[in-house]
Design a protein around this ligand. Structure first.
Ligand SMILES: CC(=O)SCCNC(=O)CCNC(=O)[C@H](O)C(C)(C)COP(=O)(O)OP(=O)(O)OC[C@H]1O[C@@H](n2cnc3c(N)ncnc32)[C@H](O)[C@@H]1OP(=O)(O)O
Length: 162
């Protein structure tokens, strides 16, 4: 049901096909898992089809080894009219033990879209705890910072000349 499950975790094993030449899981594989978890979190919260509009602040903290159990958790930390800001934590560890360590963190913004691909409304997420308020306030500050980064990035976006 929409507007109920704010958090979900995908769990699976890091396979040999995910590994780079250095023997660790490559960043592209981790980013794909992040996108999947962000989609599942946003679709679950909104009850609608969603697309990725922004991913940022990605920090690769520790490598993931092949054979590790990987847990990718998506948590809604802010909702706008059509957008959902999802904080993603990727944790990994040896499946023989219960210990998991943080390997990657980032924020993904998903937008719910209708059948024509136009942004459409999502249920409001209301912070319940002090930690929720802290995360929501951080999401608001990041929105403000992104506007300034976006303006600066304009210098790098060159129009295509046919
Ligand atoms: C390019 C790729 O393949 S990336 C992977 C797949 N993703 C996609 O294909 C998405 C491509 N993007 C799009 O189709 C469009 O940008 C859309 C449909 C997501 C949004 O269209 P827009 O014309 O920007 O719509 P609009 O201005 O109404 O913004 C919709 C929401 O997105 C948010 N948004 C738009 N751009 C950004 C951005 N750069 N960063 C954060 N949020 C953003 C807006 O704040 C708004 O949120 P709100 O409704 O909660 O206030």
């Amino acid at each position: 049901m929409a507007g109920v499950d704010r958090q979900l975790t995908l769990r699976f094993l890091a396979e040999p096909a995910d590994v780079n030449f250095g023997g660790k899981v490559h960043g592209g594989a981790v980013m794909k898992w992040i996108d999947l978890a962000a989609y599942a979190s946003a679709a679950g919260w909104s009850g609608k089809y969603c697309i990725t509009v922004y991913a940022g602040g990605i920090r690769f903290v520790k490598p993931i080894h092949v054979g590790s159990i990987v847990e990718v958790t998506g948590k809604i930390i802010y909702t706008g009219t059509s957008s959902m800001h999802v904080a993603i934590d990727v944790k990994a560890g040896d499946p023989k033990y219960s210990e998991r360590h943080l390997t990657t963190h980032c924020i993904v913004i998903m937008v719910a879209v209708d059948d024509e691909g136009k942004p459409t409304g999502v249920p409001e997420w209301i912070p319940q705890t002090e930690d929720d308020v802290r995360l929501r306030d951080s999401a608001l500050r990041l929105m403000d910072m992104r506007k300034r980064i976006g303006a600066e990035m304009e210098a790098h976006v060159k129009p295509i000349v046919e």
